[in-house]
Design a protein around this ligand. Structure first.
Ligand SMILES: Cc1cc2nc3c(=O)[nH]c(=O)nc-3n(C[C@H](O)[C@H](O)[C@H](O)COP(=O)(O)OP(=O)(O)OC[C@H]3O[C@@H](n4cnc5c(N)ncnc54)[C@H](O)[C@@H]3O)c2cc1C
Length: 422
């Protein structure tokens, strides 16, 4: 029987990047992925500035080859149709853009393989258990794979963590997205956007859904459109998706509202990460969506997937070398310190304020429109510029007095444009 150092279940961004980092640290890695290379995953494919910069630094420049469109900023629509235009400075245009997940995920898998990880495709893991000082993963076809440690990188619907005693995220911690990625003549659309907004942006719409937002992300030859909210709104998603399209057409973003949604996915777009993200007894860590590493304001998960995986690989290597699974607790300590407090401490507070009601979304956009510094900080949060973006945004908006807020919101224009630079 071969005993690997590490079995990684799932080859999305978190599983592949953990495998890259762990292989580079000298571990024997086996990746078990239920789908095949080239599979798509329903996702906006927005790679924030900070996410690409982190990947270039820690994985390599070739990751940038997967970016098919660079963007010049973000246009945010309030529920009543106000427009906030955030134009990225030259520095903020150096990284970040849009990928197609089929391409991006395949690239990370290829890099993992080139670093020595072994990938078995079409292998769904249905059970995991401990056997002495090893962990055993059982595939649907019946074979068993054994390793010293396990990484659960199975995405937001994870069911394996629970078998190792880790509470699932549950419906409170989970959101739902509906939408599509359709072939489109994006080139001519972009001409119109540049005329109207001066840039090729991504578009965020507040109002079409409660506790979330709708988006339009352009790719080279595709448009990615969707709505993301909590699972409670499941029954109304058809109606909400249609009203979002009507609004997008009315605002001049798309020429037609005759677009069907054909994709749905869950996302850990709740208020908190998973209650526990490791198990020393289970010799396992959870990464990416399985760990709940999605920003509660933006829904951005690729940054958390990659940064968390970087930490996971280092901690697993230490636990392996020192033959001490109790060291896995350092994983949770480290991710909380490096990005968790910003994401789930301050990010959660902003999300609570912003997504409280349609009135709060309108008020939030109005206040930011009238405050250049708040606009700058929102732009940096959307770009995930550094590990303090949520704190800086929270401190700006919570520092404004109620009277100040009322005055600012009365003065809010129909349209405001701000340059965002670090
Ligand atoms: C609609 C939508 C839009 C989004 N837009 C953005 C965005 O624009 N930018 C951003 O940063 N984030 C976005 N996110 C979040 C982002 O998609 C996730 O955070 C990211 O995919 C997490 O990566 P992951 O590797 O943890 O999980 P996944 O990407 O879900 O990968 C999990 C992998 O595990 C495999 N798997 C699952 N179960 C098993 C099993 N039992 N055995 C073997 N293999 C298994 C799956 O096939 C899959 O390949 C979006 C999410 C959604 C749903």
């Amino acid at each position: 029987m071969t005993v690997q150092d590490l079995i990684v279940v799932g080859a999305g961004p978190s599983g592949s990047s953990t495998s890259i980092f762990a292989s580079r640290l000298g571990m024997d890695v086996l990746i078990l992925e239920k789908e095949r290379k080239g599979r798509d995953k329903f996702c906006g494919g927005g790679i924030a500035y900070g996410a690409e910069r982190f990947m270039v630094e820690k994985i390599g420049k070739e990751v940038s080859d997967t970016i098919e469109l660079r963007i010049g900023g973000v246009v945010v629509f309030s529920p009543s149709g106000r427009e906030l235009i955030l134009k990225f400075s030259e520095e903020l245009r150096k990284f970040g853009g849009l990928v197609r997940r089929s391409v991006f995920d395949s690239k990370l898998m290829e890099i993992a393989e080139s670093e020595g990880a072994k990938l078995i495709e079409g292998k769904e893991v249905v059970g995991v258990r401990i056997d002495g000082d090893k962990v055993v993963a059982k595939a649907r076809q019946g074979e068993e794979f054994t390793a010293r440690y396990l990484v659960v990188a199975t995405g937001s619907g994870d069911q394996l963590g629970e078998q190792l005693g880790i509470q699932p995220l549950g419906s409170k911690g989970t959101g739902g997205c509906w939408g599509t990625e359709v072939k489109f003549d994006v080139r001519s659309l972009m001409e119109g956007w540049k005329e109207r907004w001066g840039i090729v942006p991504i578009f965020l719409f507040f109002g079409p859904v409660p506790s979330g937002y709708a988006w339009i992300f352009p790719k080279k030859e595709h448009l990615n459109l969707g709505i993301g909210t909590n699972l409670k709104n499941f029954k109304e998603h058809e109606k909400r998706f249609s009203s979002f399209l009507r609004k997008a057409k009315e605002m001049g973003v798309i020429p037609t509202d005759d677009i069907k949604h054909d994709r749905a996915a869950t996302i850990p777009f709740g208020e908190v990460p998973r209650s526990k993200t490791f198990s020393s007894e289970g010799r396992a860590v959870l990464v990416g969506d399985a760990a709940g590493f999605v920003h509660p304001v933006t829904g951005e998960g690729i940054y958390g997937a990659i940064h968390g995986s970087f930490i996971a690989a280092e901690v697993l290597k230490k636990a392996l070398d020192e033959e001490d699974p109790s060291l896995l607790k350092e994983y949770e300590e480290r991710w909380w310190k490096e990005f968790g407090k910003d994401m789930f401490g301050y990010g959660k507070r902003i999300a609570k304020m912003l997504y409280g009601s349609s009135f709060m979304m309108e008020m939030g956009v109005k206040v930011v429109m009238c405050d250049e510094e708040a606009s700058r900080r929102l732009g940096l949060l959307l770009a995930h510029y550094d590990e303090e973006v949520s704190r800086k945004m929270y401190e700006r908006i919570s520092g404004l007095s109620l009277m100040g807020l009322a005055i600012k919101s009365i003065r809010a224009p129909k349209r405001a444009e701000h340059l965002v630079s670090p």
